[in-house]
Design a protein around this ligand. Structure first.
Ligand SMILES: Cc1cc2nc3c(=O)[nH]c(=O)nc-3n(C[C@H](O)[C@H](O)[C@H](O)COP(=O)(O)OP(=O)(O)OC[C@H]3O[C@@H](n4cnc5c(N)ncnc54)[C@H](O)[C@@H]3O)c2cc1C
Length: 308
């Protein structure tokens, strides 16, 4: 933490004013677990991103890109580096497309584009997090994914280049892209939508939000599905839900400390109040082991563990 103070004091004054020291990660992640991040750097525009990234590279400080923190488990010991908190929130419409800051809430963007008379994203209503997080993880549900809508994106590459790229650079696939965990920051994106039937889209939006309320722990701290669904048994078939295997392996009865498996969805871990990262990691390991033992299936984590 002393290093963090020295570093902060050595920053130009305009940056010093924006950076926060020792920010608890439990306040920045939806699972509400995690100790302090040494430095939190809000990225409101590409220039901020460039300057903070250059600082991290120059001083050889580890950095982590954070959006809404809805797919991350932070460690109780915190993070000794610099958190680039993507907070670009611009939104401009041009015809059937929107240019949107990656720090916009994804669900807020869905609501705002519908307000602009543009449909398409309503299928994803209720997915927590930011547009940037949705893009690098190719967030989706009900058979659709955000990647289907991307025209281009503004990226900050790990070598300090700002670059506009098309969807091919993302390599969109199931809950994954080539950009996740590479140190590339998604700053903004252009999405192609449609001038469709807004009332119908609104109805679908409300239906999806209600559906989530019945199936997901929307009022309790969680990080969404812990493990990825399995590949389909046959091409063209649906993926096998990891939650079904977890349920059959008895996961719904599992808990560790203050972390427990959500009663209505065996692939979700909830923090019942004061759970530690150790509780959560232990519980996730037990869930994984139970499925391995019962079915010989190796589950792969979807949630990103941020090591100290
Ligand atoms: C109750 C609940 C329900 C959920 N339902 C769904 C669902 O139906 N479908 C689904 O796909 N997901 C779902 N999720 C998971 C999560 O909401 C998504 O993965 C979401 O898109 C993550 O976005 P985020 O901004 O919170 O990313 P974060 O959690 O902040 O980060 C996730 C990863 O993305 C990287 N990242 C974030 N922003 C950027 C950026 N701008 N540039 C580069 N890298 C970045 C981070 O480094 C990290 O590796 C759910 C989560 C919860 C809590």
């Amino acid at each position: 933490m002393d290093d963090a103070r020295t570093l902060l004091e050595s920053l130009p004054l305009d940056l010093q004013a924006q950076v926060q020291r020792s920010v608890p990660l439990n306040s920045l992640t939806t699972l509400q677990v995690g100790g302090p991040a040494a430095l939190l750097c809000p990225v409101f525009n590409p220039e901020h991103a460039l300057r903070f990234q250059a600082l991290a590279l120059d001083r050889q400080i580890p950095f982590f890109i954070l959006g809404g923190g809805s797919n991350v488990l932070a460690d109780d010991r915190g993070f000794r580096g610099l958190i680039l908190h993507v907070s670009t929130e611009n939104l401009d419409r041009k015809g059937d497309t929107v240019r949107a800051g990656a720090g916009l809430s994804f669900d807020g963007l869905i609501e705002r584009t519908l307000g602009l008379g543009l449909t398409g994203l309503e299928f994803a209503s209720g997915i927590p997090g930011t547009l940037g997080g949705a893009l690098v993880g190719n967030a989706g549900c009900y058979g659709h994914e955000i990647g289907e809508f991307l025209v281009e994106a503004l990226l900050l590459r790990p070598d300090g280049r700002l670059e506009t790229v098309g969807p091919e650079e993302f390599g969109f696939r199931y809950r994954e892209t080539d950009l996740r965990e590479t140190g590339t920051v998604v700053l903004e994106a252009v999405l192609r939508l449609q001038r469709g039937d807004v009332d119908q889209a609104m109805n679908l939006r409300h239906e999806r939000i209600l559906d989530r309320r019945t199936k997901h722990p929307v009022d309790q701290p969680s990080a969404g599905s812990w493990f990825r669904n399995l590949a389909a048994a046959e091409p063209g078939e649906r993926r096998q839900a990891a939650g079904v295997l977890l349920e059959q392996a008895g996961a719904k009865d599992m808990s560790e400390g203050k972390a427990r498996v959500f009663a209505k969805h065996a692939n979700m871990i909830i923090n019942t109040g004061g759970a530690t990262s150790a509780d959560v990691l232990k519980l996730a390991a037990r869930m994984k082991f139970a499925v391995q033992e019962k079915f010989g299936v190796h589950l792969v984590e979807e949630v990103r563990y941020l090591e100290p």
